[in-house]
Design a binder for this molecule. Sequence first.
Ligand code: F6P
Length: 326
Amino acid sequence: MNNIKRIAVFTSGGDAPGMNAAVRAVVRTAIYHDLHVYGIIGGYDGMIKGNIKRLEIGDVANIIQRGGTMLKTARSSEFMTIEGRKQAYENLVANDIDACVAIGGNGTYKGADVFGKEFDFPMVGIPGTIDNDIYGTDYTIGFDTAINTAIEAVDKIRDTADSHNRLFFVEVMGRHSGFIALHTGIGSGAGGIFIPEVNNSIEDLIHDLRKASRRQKLFNLIIVAEGNQNGDATTIAQRVKESNPEYDVRVTIIGHLQRGGSPTAMDRVLASRMGHSAVLTVLRGDGGVALGVINDKIIVTPFEDAVNKTKHLNKELLKMAEVLAM
Ligand code: F6P
């Protein structure tokens, strides 16, 4: 055991369903271990502004089922400056905070890594992002909810696509990664998936669509990751329409719907496990690490690896998606 008496928790970057469940687990585990626990409101911006408040058990009641984050969130450009980080550090010291739990994605981890090293301050990360693009964990909090939301949307689009014999391009989020698109595509039985990690060709897609229509497949669904190499869903749809004017083409961008909503059971359990482990990690005296789940075991990875190493898509899933999309 070390001398940790007060910890703070915050959420940062894009919100993700399950962040509240993680905050709840941090707060309750900390109190169980006789720590005082504080919430920083608005991520790194709140740290710079000193927007820090004590949290008690009751403050995190009735939030496990809620999407968004009760602690608010932001993407802070000021925290990228040494002046901003110095101000943030002074505010933590003024509140006698001994360690922080940071819940967020890649940008959050980068900030935590730099800050932790600069001020020799214990920071522990919890991966909260719908993108699932964090090295050192099989799943990030929010990913499962986001793909369930996306699949539900695509199921609905399928009904109308089928009725009208239309070709739909459905754009999903994921920033520079294709995890959301790949899982949504497999789970919704899409006819094609465009992702950043693969150099998909529009010509190949057109060829496959023609083959499908020859065997009387009259409607189709193509999932497009926002970060894919061919442009957004509208651009790809236009190029397909130009070479096949007979296709009745439509585009749907699911957008921020994927970021909201009540977290799935999987995200709630994962967030609870990670929030709980984050406090135990702090109590063990480990700082500068991010939590992850690998083969259903909670593990830690140094921030340096989590931010610099790339998490790769499962190649077998990719291959399988191609086979099933025929
Ligand atoms: O990182 C989560 C994410 O939803 C990405 O998938 C997307 O590219 C981005 O955030 C959108 O950011 P914002 O909400 O700032 O528009």
